[in-house]
Design a protein around this ligand. Structure first.
Ligand code: T6T
Length: 323
């Protein structure tokens, strides 16, 4: 089966993705004076930094004030007090990436009961009764695309493994589901299952080096997000297997793209965080204007390889460390 080495998967709306200058907070000072707060899944992750850029740009266009906040680590017990502090400020609307499908239910309920319109961006709760809408990539399809790409890279035979953050995250769980569904269609491939790294690249690196040491026939790894991918690339390099053990990872941070250029990563599934952020503000204002808001919005994915990474219609989706 010929696996696509470069695919632009258009699944739904794509907002005009142009980057504009932005910082933590913006106040265009005009236009309705509404306050929107964006609670990232974690601070310092270029995926969410790019998402904040899209949200800032749309906030300027629509004349609303946007604050951006988040916890220092991907952890529901750290995100909860951040959300409670936001609720205390009674914003008109909140864009939030809940770090767990259950644990953030009560804090989100708190936001809603204080009158805020809740827009879930990237991740979502199992309970859909709080949010106005959920905006994210089609993560299950992204996982299937990663499996097809990895199967092609390893000529449909050998042993592969997966690495992810932790169970209970709507996005990475969906990617694993898509990956596992697809990889099972490749009889020549043995799948070892998933190991979790708690969103810590150092943990991801040591998981991969020990997996390589204990499975001499390991030929491929799927990494379900940024820090899983950055860590897996380091682990493969530390084991001296760069280019031999193939790596396909979700996301496209500067570090991941560098690893792609030097041959430690062979495929990246890039999301469009700028579009998700921009759509998030647009739907928040629509909800505040009592306009109809779709129950969910799915944004594009792009498969990135060494061959296409510098092509303009691919490179424009690579994540940024600043706007
Ligand atoms: O992959 C993204 C995001 O989509 C996922 O929900 C969590 O991990 C990332 O933020 C990357 O770190």
């Amino acid at each position: 089966m010929k696996t696509p080495t470069y695919v632009a998967v258009t699944i739904a709306l794509s907002a005009a993705a142009t980057l504009a200058g932005c910082g933590g907070d913006s106040d265009s000072g005009s236009g309705g004076g509404r306050k929107i707060t964006f609670v990232q899944g974690v601070k310092g992750d270029e995926f969410y930094i790019s998402m904040a850029c899209g949200a800032q740009q749309k906030a300027r266009e629509l004349g609303v004030k946007l604050d951006v906040t988040g916890a220092d680590k991907w952890d529901a017990s750290l995100q909860t007090p951040v959300v409670n502090a936001v609720a205390a400020k009674s914003p008109d609307a909140v864009l939030i990436a809940p770090t767990d499908t259950q644990a953030l239910r009560r804090p989100e309920q708190q936001l809603k009961s204080r009158g805020a319109k809740v827009i879930e961006v990237d991740t979502k709760l199992d309970d859909g009764s709080i949010r106005e809408t959920a905006i994210s990539s089609d993560n299950e399809r992204g996982g299937m695309l990663a499996a097809q790409t990895l199967a092609n890279l390893v000529q449909d035979r050998g042993t592969v493994a997966a690495i992810s953050v932790k169970p209970g995250i709507s996005t990475t769980d969906a990617r694993l589901k898509g990956f596992e569904t697809e990889i099972k269609k490749h009889p020549g491939i043995t799948y070892l299952g998933v190991q979790y790294n708690d969103d810590d690249p150092a943990k991801a690196a040591s998981i991969v080096t020990s997996t390589i040491a204990s499975h001499r026939d390991l030929v491929g790894v799927f990494a379900a997000n940024v820090f899983s991918g950055e860590g897996a690339a380091t682990g493969i390099e530390q084991a001296g297997k760069a280019g031999q053990v193939k790596l396909v990872a979700f996301d496209a941070t500067p570090k991941q793209v560098e690893a792609l250029r030097r041959g430690s990563i062979q495929g990246l599934i890039a999301q469009k965080p700028f579009d998700i952020g921009s759509q998030g503000v647009e739907q928040a204002v629509a909800a505040l204007d009592k306009k109809p808001v779709p129950k969910s919005i799915s944004t594009d994915l792009v498969a990135v390889t060494k061959e296409n990474v510098d092509q303009p219609d691919v490179s424009k989706y690579l994540y940024k460390g600043a706007c």
